[in-house]
Design a binder for this molecule. Sequence first.
Ligand SMILES: [Fe+2]
Ligand SMILES: [Fe+2]
Length: 362
Amino acid sequence: MNVMSKSSDVMKGDWKVSMTPDDIYRHPMDIAWTFDYGLSGDRVEDLYRRAKQNQWDSDEYLPWDTPVDPSKPLINARSDVYHQMPFFKKLSKSQQETFTAHSTAQLLSQFLHGEQGALMTAACVTHSVPDATAKLYAATQTMDEARHVEVYARYCDKIAMVYPMSPWLKALIDATLKSDRYEKVMIGMNMIVEGLALGAFNNMYRTTQCELLKKLTFNVMRDESRHVSFGHVYLGPVIAKLPEAEREDLADFAFQAISILMNAGTSGTIANRVDPGFMEVLANSGIDADDFFAGLKQAEEAGITQELPPGQIHSVHDLMMPALARVGLFTPTVRKKYEAGIPIFDDVQVLEAMEGGHPIAA
Ligand SMILES: [Fe+2]
Ligand SMILES: [Fe+2]
């Protein structure tokens, strides 16, 4: 089986995913100097120390010589929501395997592109946050994200498949990068995108059968749990001290960002129909798109694909929404907007377990 997709028949260093004029934009951002170099002595400083101690070099840590067969699924197929669809069960074994291999590659490609976005937002926080300890911490996050880009790029090279960035993820990160204050950059990245990523990494860690990908994911996840913590321990007190109008502005930004995500849908929903990368996955697997989405609709209406497999967590319910709730971003005013169709979740149990040095959900 040839698993080289149309959009990925590329060799190392020659990614086929092409840039558009929208990928370069000019944006004035406040840049903050500080001359108070004393460290804060609080949980932000603790995070900075943890970040320094937990730096790792993928050349040393990861078994890059592990053989990876890109024609075989990298994850346990039973953990994939699509495998629960009656339509999917009727496909041939070869088609199922090809689909699983390509849809996993498409997901890994989102990890790669998302990490580039995280690299840029972390650098942005480094120069725009006014607090010295937060600047040092954000610099460690910038290095973490550079490492994450490196490891996912190397892994995608190994499987020789890279899919384009999903439009909703690009829109979410662009809205974050184009925002007018560092607090919004941190809400968009450290709470929303990284909440999404931490859940996705947890699920990948639990389901992958590839030893290299498992170890890679574990190490990335440990870094990400610090990044999500930073959104809480630094930004929480900042938001609490803001005048009400500014807090409302941030709460509204969070709502707009969440709306991009919820309107577009995430992997596993029928909204993938508008994702060109996912359509390419179907084409590369020889699956008719109309038949696939009709099968998915039937499965969703029957409630078959609604439940996550055991051990997996839901990024929006368990991580992202609770992170926003914890720092007071569901104000009474903005709650009215959510009531129009986006449910709010505020149970922080899973979130706090994953931040507390236990990156894997219990
Ligand atoms: Fe990252
Ligand atoms: Fe991160």
